[in-house]
Write a protein that binds this ligand. Structure first.
Ligand SMILES: Nc1nc2c(ncn2[C@@H]2O[C@H](COP(=O)(O)OP(=O)(O)OP(=O)(O)O)[C@@H](O)[C@H]2O)c(=O)[nH]1
Ligand SMILES: [Mg+2]
Length: 691
């Protein structure tokens, strides 16, 4: 029987790295009989975390879609990475679903990732369930963690009571239905009456829940005041609409090691979270117009590509959320972003052996499709006559850069492989650095780049490694010198070489670049050789004076010279120009300039002191601080070299709440100790070359 949008629940499972998401998804798959056997947490028996890199890192490194049936409801779950530098995937998963499960470990509690993800969930106005997992862990500190969760400045309301914690954990009781799942030895959907010792606590928590639900709706509040309680029906309906509207965030408990209680979570998903057609209309654009698209099957087709996976053998797979309409295999769609036509091939659901083709995917469903030609991650595909592009939350810009180093001659191949990685991971970018001829890969953090490179090595067989990107330093001079000679004279036998020039060299203001002025009078150097002198000077300028970086903000004035009617040549005057510049520079006190970026760092006001202190320690110059509400925006100039490792530092100082932007602004003098180090490491030799 075809599935209807009202029978579908789409949920992203998100949380801090290692909080227990994948294990929880596995427990749900097991209870729904998708997974063949009961795995222990961490025992990946149903196709999750199965790439070589995921196995090596014991972590989820990209989003995965799994589908299960719970009763007559279809639940599409997206298991997402928790690693901070891989959250671009997670952010897109949140754009494709109608609800989220935020997983918190009973051992580690609320962490930086928990706070950041919860903020994203609230910004996206997604209904959310909070699940405290690892309840069986011997280090579970449940009461403290409940308090930490309540501290998230959100309308958290407890809907289950756990029985025990750590080794004594048995399962959970639902305070709404009074159902209890307390037989770990008999997993599956077993229910039992509430044991006597929990009755009082269950009644108290239910009272609080009724209070909370009544507080979200005037009609319910009236009934509650009159009757002193709410009927189960009222409580259910009230909870559903409060959760959908973000007025309540239910808190539940779980252990993936004892998945019997996870049945209560699945019940809550299908009963409390909104179905795919009950979600608010999708916000987007049609051409330049802002518009909304109802999430129903009777609308024209629109679908979001929220994830791309490229397998070296099977090719490209795209994960597609049907936003509206009905998607059929063979459908002809337009990708509004690129204006390309796409033909959909087969539609599929299920992972590994469970994969099966679907005859159609109705609004609200999430499917895989192979071999899309043009659509990239984040693109919306739609009916040509009814174009629609979903508006996505802005993604954090890739600000952590490294150069990708490989053997000579393999750069082209590496560039092609990098391009493919960028298609898969929307948080990754790569570029060619012209000056240093480096391939630069940028992302959100070190771990992301390392994993990308591991994939690249495995798939292409090319050996390559990451290095710090070369900072584009510049050189300049600080004193004026005049009438410096540059000479080329070789007149031993046959056709000789002769050219002499005299130049003045002077510093110019920052940003002026290089200026060459011809001040020759009386033909002391014939016209045709003036460009030759300039060429020689330019070559010296580009080769640098102390560390091999181009020289900027200087003016060279050609003031005098000598020539020979037979032995002078273009080559001779080029050498003379080159030597004159090198000789002039020696007396003009050359120094190193470093690129300075303008940073705008936005942080919670309470972290401002730490962040400003850190910027100062990075030789930063704070320009302004603007407080608005409880966030502060700090603008500062900071040397580019000091920003390469900034992301994890800022995350640490602000518990993941800080963001920043960077743009190269200007060049300024390098502090002498920094200059000394760079000059020493450059191995630059300022010997004047012999021809
Ligand atoms: N005792 C116990 N351990 C758990 C439970 N859930 C997860 N773990 C363990 O916690 C570790 C991390 O679990 P995962 O499920 O991989 O966590 P995750 O949130 O998916 O991690 P990332 O995908 O890397 O962010 C593993 O070693 C699991 O064995 C649980 O309910 N009880
Ligand atoms: Mg995981």
């Amino acid at each position: 029987m075809a599935i209807k949008p009202e029978d579908i629940r789409n949920i992203a499972v998100v949380g801090h790295k290692g909080s227990g998401k994948t294990s929880l998804v596995e427990a749900m798959l097991y209870l729904a009989k998708v997974a063949p056997r009961r795995g222990k947490p961490g025992d990946r028996s149903c196709g999750l975390d199965d790439s070589p890199e995921e196995k090596a890192h014991v972590a989820t490194l990209e989003s995965r879609l799994v589908t299960l049936m719970w009763g007559d409801k279809k639940v599409n779950l997206i298991d997402t990475p928790g690693e901070a530098s891989l959250l671009a995937d997670t952010r897109l998963a949140l754009a494709a679903v109608d609800g989220a499960i935020l997983v918190v470990s009973a051992k580690s509690g609320v962490e930086t990732g928990t706070e950041r993800l919860f903020r994203w969930i609230r910004e996206s106005q997604l209904p959310c369930l909070m699940v405290v997992t690892k309840m069986d862990d011997e280090h579970a500190r449940v009461d403290e963690v409940i308090e930490e969760v309540r501290g998230l400045k959100a309308p958290i309301t407890q809907v289950q009571v756990p029985s025990g914690a750590g080794p004594s954990y048995r399962g959970v009781v639902s305070v709404r239905t009074g159902k209890a799942w307390l037989k770990p030895e008999a997993p599956g959907v077993d229910s039992a009456p509430v044991p006597d010792e929990l009755k009082e606590q269950v009644a108290a928590v239910r009272g609080k829940l009724v209070d909370d639900v009544a507080g979200t709706d005037d009609a319910l509040a009236d009934r509650y005041l009159t009757d002193g309680d709410l009927t189960d029906d009222d409580l259910d309906r009230g909870a559903r609409s409060a959760v959908a509207g973000g007025k309540l965030v239910p808190m539940l408990f779980a252990s993936s090691a004892m998945p019997n209680g996870v049945a209560g979570l699945l019940n809550t998903i299908v009963r409390v979270l909104p179905s795919a057609d009950q979600r608010p209309a999708w916000k987007g654009t049609a051409g330049k117009e802002e518009t909304e698209r109802p999430p129903t099957a009777d609308q024209p087709l629109a679908a979001l590509v929220f994830k791309t996976h490229i397998d070296p053998h099977a090719g490209k797979t795209s994960y597609v959320r049907v936003l509206s309409g009905v998607l059929h295999p063979d459908a002809q769609l337009i990708c509004v972003g690129t204006n390309q036509r796409e033909r959909i091939a087969q539609l599929q659901q299920g992972i590994g052996k469970d994969a099966r083709p679907l005859p159609e995917a109705v609004a609200g469903d999430i499917v895989f499709t192979a071999k899309l030609k043009y659509a990239r991650t984040g693109d919306t595909l739609s009916d040509e006559k009814h174009p629609f592009t979903l508006t996505l939350a802005s993604r954090p810009p890739p600000l952590y850069s490294r150069s990708v180093q490989t053997a000579k001659g393999l750069e082209e191949k590496v560039a092609v492989a990098l391009q493919r990685l960028v298609e898969e991971d929307p948080g990754l970018a790569f570029s060619h650095q012209e000056e240093s001829r480096e391939l630069i890969m940028s992302g959100l953090g070190a771990m992301q780049l390392e994993i990308a490179l591991e994939r690249l090595r495995r798939r292409s067989g090319i050996d390559c490694k990451l290095g710090p990107p070369r900072i584009p330093y510049r050189e300049t001079v600080t004193r004026k010198v005049t009438n410096v000679e540059g000479k080329q004279k070789k007149q031993t036998g046959g056709h000789g070489q002769f050219g002499v020039c005299y130049i003045d060299l002077e510093p110019l203001p920052r940003g002026s670049g290089f200026v060459f002025e011809d001040a020759i009078v009386g033909g002391v150097i014939p016209r045709q050789f003036i460009p030759s002198v300039e060429k020689g000077v330019v070559r010296a300028v580009s080769q640098g004076l102390i560390a091999g970086y181009p020289v900027v903000d200087v003016k060279v004035r050609l003031v005098d010279g000598k020539y020979h009617s037979v032995d002078s040549s273009d080559a001779a005057f080029q050498v003379a120009g080159f030597r004159a510049f090198r000789a002039a520079a020696a007396g003009s006190h050359p120094v190193l300039l470093e690129p300075i970026v303008k940073m705008e760092v936005t942080v919670p006001s309470e972290s401002m002191g730490d962040v400003v202190g850190d910027l100062n320690s990075r030789h930063g110059k704070v320009l302004s601080t603007n407080i608005s509400g409880d966030t502060t925006m700090i603008a500062a100039y900071v040397p580019l070299a000091q920003t390469l490792e900034y992301e994890p530092v800022l995350t640490g100082m602000t518990r993941g709440r800080g963001t920043f932007t960077i743009s190269v602004d200007h060049y300024d003098f390098c502090p002498p100790p920094v200059q000394e180090k760079i000059v020493r490491e450059s191995g630059f030799k300022a010997v004047v070359e012999e021809d």
